[in-house]
Ligand binder design. Structure first.
Ligand SMILES: Cc1ncc(COP(=O)(O)O)c(C=O)c1O
Length: 398
């Protein structure tokens, strides 16, 4: 085919968007620049040093001394799949705390592995009650694994983890945590909270495009994989093989996605240069401004006070308003992306993300001002200017 016969692309280049959904979030410009570096072999001694640096930076972000830290090639779901298929053998009992869409995904995966799955289903939009876990652990002897999600992106719940972890430890079970949406956005203490396996994703609060799943694996969890009677069904997502690849042995496993690893390295440097505490404080401050603005619009938040994530704010769609129409107008007229509801919340909730580089005061004001203009057009009256004023006031506070 000659050049002139190429069909014209419908979208020759990506339109600039303000990404205020559940991810991907805005990529940091330094990260995008890092991806433009020349290609280097994945076994090149210099690239090996870069992988080591990524692993060290991840230790600081996960807050761990002893865990093996590395990045799986794949999105957050790869981290979930790797944990489930590496930590569980057919017949193993796993107790799964379920309080949202992504918890259900984990249940589906564990069932496919042939584990004895005990899903503890609690209310969506509320924190998971530790008492439920306590009762289940007392009822089911010999539990191999307990799972939870730190930041349930579908409901906006910031799940406290220490009580769940202590209960798992008391019953000698491993504790696996999904930190896809939390890492880099709100505090994570892998060692202090007694986590055995934690996975995240690059495209949420780390300011990096989607494509890698950073993970931390405790020595106890690694040993449990080595002690398995059967090999994990997934060779590619075998955590022990991936740990070997990233560890001292550097045993060849697969061709590393070089540009994504360069991106993650830069993303982690940006995170640590800002400082973890300052970064969490920035997320919280912008979230408070958003919440103040949404309250001025008379919109109700899904998550209760005290358990709200700063990086994702699910809000109920007002009665009679079409969820998709508002999101479409936001995108087409304002170039702002927000998310819709998932699973049981489809059509009922919007999800506004302020993750990583998307957590900025100007974006908070932009989305509120846009909603002030759109909501009356779809039959929901609001006081024009009130949301922006409330958010500006919150932003001006010390
Ligand atoms: C809490 C949670 N877990 C897992 C995932 C899946 O991650 P990915 O889409 O990167 O595969 C998501 C995605 O939004 C998520 O929010």
């Amino acid at each position: 085919m000659t050049e002139s016969s190429l069909p014209e692309s419908a979208i020759p280049s990506v339109p600039p968007r303000i990404l205020l959904g559940p991810g991907p979030s805005m990529a940091n410009p330094r990260v995008l620049q890092a991806m433009m570096q020349p290609m280097i072999g994945y076994l090149d001694p210099d690239f090996v040093l870069i992988m080591q640096e990524v692993s060290d930076l991840l230790k600081r972000v996960f807050k761990t001394e002893d865990a093996a830290t590395f990045a799986l090639s794949g999105t957050g779901t790869a981290g979930m799949q790797a944990g489930i298929s590496s930590l569980l053998e057919p017949g193993d009992t796993v107790i799964m705390c379920v309080y949202g869409f992504f918890c259900e995904r984990m249940v589906d995966m564990a069932e496919r592995v042939g584990a004895n799955v005990v899903p503890l289903r609690a209310d969506w939009g509320q924190p998971f009650p530790p008492k439920m876990l306590q009762e289940a652990l007392e009822k089911h002897g010999d539990v191999k694994l307990v799972t939870a999600i730190h930041a349930e992106t579908s409901t906006g719940i910031n799940q406290p983890l220490t009580k769940l972890s202590k209960l798992a430890k008391k019953h000698d079970a491993l504790f696996m945590v999904d930190a896809v949406t939390s890492l880099g956005g709100n505090p994570m203490e892998f060692d202090e909270w007694g986590i055995d396996y934690c996975y995240s994703a690059t495209q949420k609060c780390l300011g990096t495009p989607p494509g890698l799943s950073p993970v931390a694996l405790s020595p106890k969890a690694l040993q449990s994989i080595k002690d398995r009677k059967t090999k994990p069904a997934s060779w590619y997502l075998d955590l022990a093989l991936n740990a070997n690849y990233w560890g001292f042995d550097r045993v060849y496993h697969h061709t590393a996605p070089v540009s994504m690893i360069l991106a993650l390295r830069e993303g982690l440097r940006v995170v640590l240069e800002e400082g973890l505490d300052d970064r969490y404080a920035r997320h919280e401050k912008n979230a408070q401004a958003l919440r103040a603005g949404l309250a001025a619009l008379n919109l109700d938040l899904v998550a209760p006070d005290g358990y709200r994530l700063p990086q994702i704010t699910p809000v109920w769609v007002p009665h009679g308003v079409d969820d998709a129409t508002v999101r479409t107008v936001l995108l087409r007229e304002h170039s702002i992306e927000i998310g819709g509801g998932l699973g049981a919340f489809a059509g009922k909730a919007w999800r506004i993300g302020l993750m990583g580089d998307s957590s900025r005061p100007e974006y908070v004001l932009a989305v509120l001002s846009a909603l002030e203009g759109i909501l009356p057009r779809v039959g929901f009256e609001v006081a024009i200017g009130a949301a922006v004023a409330a958010a500006s006031e919150a932003l001006a506070e010390d």
